[in-house]
Design a binder for this molecule. Structure first.
Ligand SMILES: Nc1ncnc2c1ncn2[C@@H]1O[C@H](COP(=O)(O)OP(=O)(O)OP(=O)(O)O)[C@@H](O)[C@H]1O
Ligand SMILES: [Mg+2]
Length: 246
């Protein structure tokens, strides 16, 4: 499904964070957003997901305006928001409990627990997990939710590099199989290049798109990523300039 945010405005305590901000993501497209800490990336995702009231503008899915939350979006917030009174499996399958289809969701969750390094932890509670394990449980919950549009806020930030690479590949494969639209926020330029069809660099206050870079995805693999030094440099420079204008 196609996602559009048009003329978005939001601020805190009179300070504008996003002013007349536009974002368009095509059906099945994977867009990453990078930008300095505090520039408004989480604000943007939370606002699209309907968790924050906007002062102006519209969020549209396939041309239909969305107000408030919607089952078309599956958001992984920066804070994992696992429910402390539910086990890992109950948290991961929360969507099924609320909207139906619990049994099939549980089956898919159990099938994927090992890939997510959570095998044997399905009946544990969130406080018994490490930060990275909580993040993996939250990511699995978001990814298994059948919404067409995934909004992922730094989903791999707490993971070691090997686990991160495994889950990046899992995400790419899942997206290929299910053709989902993804908006991913990350601080990792290589992650953005590896996963995305397009990368946006935000900067300044209010935040604006400082660079929009389309990524050639044909033949993408880890060796290809290693050779993308021009792309890496362009994104780095835009990021640095965006940070300096803060
Ligand atoms: N609830 C709030 N009340 C007041 N100010 C807020 C609130 N939430 C965010 N802000 C401010 O809005 C700005 C953008 O915050 P946001 O969390 O969107 O940044 P970010 O780009 O996601 O940063 P990071 O990369 O560190 O996660 C920051 O200056 C922050 O202090
Ligand atoms: Mg954030």
């Amino acid at each position: 499904m196609k996602l559009s945010a048009e003329g978005i405005c939001i601020g805190y305590h009179g300070e504008p964070i996003l002013r007349d901000f536009h974002l368009q993501v095509n059906e099945g497209e994977f867009v990453s957003v990078v930008g300095p800490s505090g520039c408004g990336k989480s604000t943007l995702l939370n606002l699209i997901a309907g968790l924050l009231p906007r002062e102006g503008g519209q969020v549209l899915v396939d041309g239909t305006e969305i107000s408030g939350t919607s089952t078309r979006f599956s958001l992984m917030p920066q804070d994992d928001l696992l429910l402390p009174w539910m086990t890992v499996l109950e948290n991961v399958c929360l969507y099924g409990k609320v909207h139906g289809g619990l049994k099939s969701l549980q089956w898919r969750a159990l099938e994927n627990l090992a890939t997510f390094g959570l095998n044997g932890y399905e009946n544990r509670y969130p406080h018994e997990l490490s930060g990275g394990m909580r993040q993996r449980a939250a990511f699995l919950r978001t990814a298994l939710c059948p919404a067409d549009i995934l909004l992922l806020d730094e989903p791999f930030a707490s993971l070691d590099v090997i686990t991160r690479e495994d889950l990046q590949d899992w995400l790419l494969q899942m997206r290929q199989e299910l053709g989902r639209t993804v908006v991913l926020v990350t601080h990792d330029i290589d992650e953005a290049i590896y996963l995305s069809d397009r990368v946006l660099v935000l900067g300044g206050r209010p935040a604006e798109i400082r660079l929009e870079q389309t990524i050639k995805t044909h033949g993408r693999n880890r060796a290809w990523l290693f050779a993308q030094s021009d792309l890496r440099q362009a994104l780095y420079t835009a990021l640095k300039e965006g940070r300096d204008d803060f």
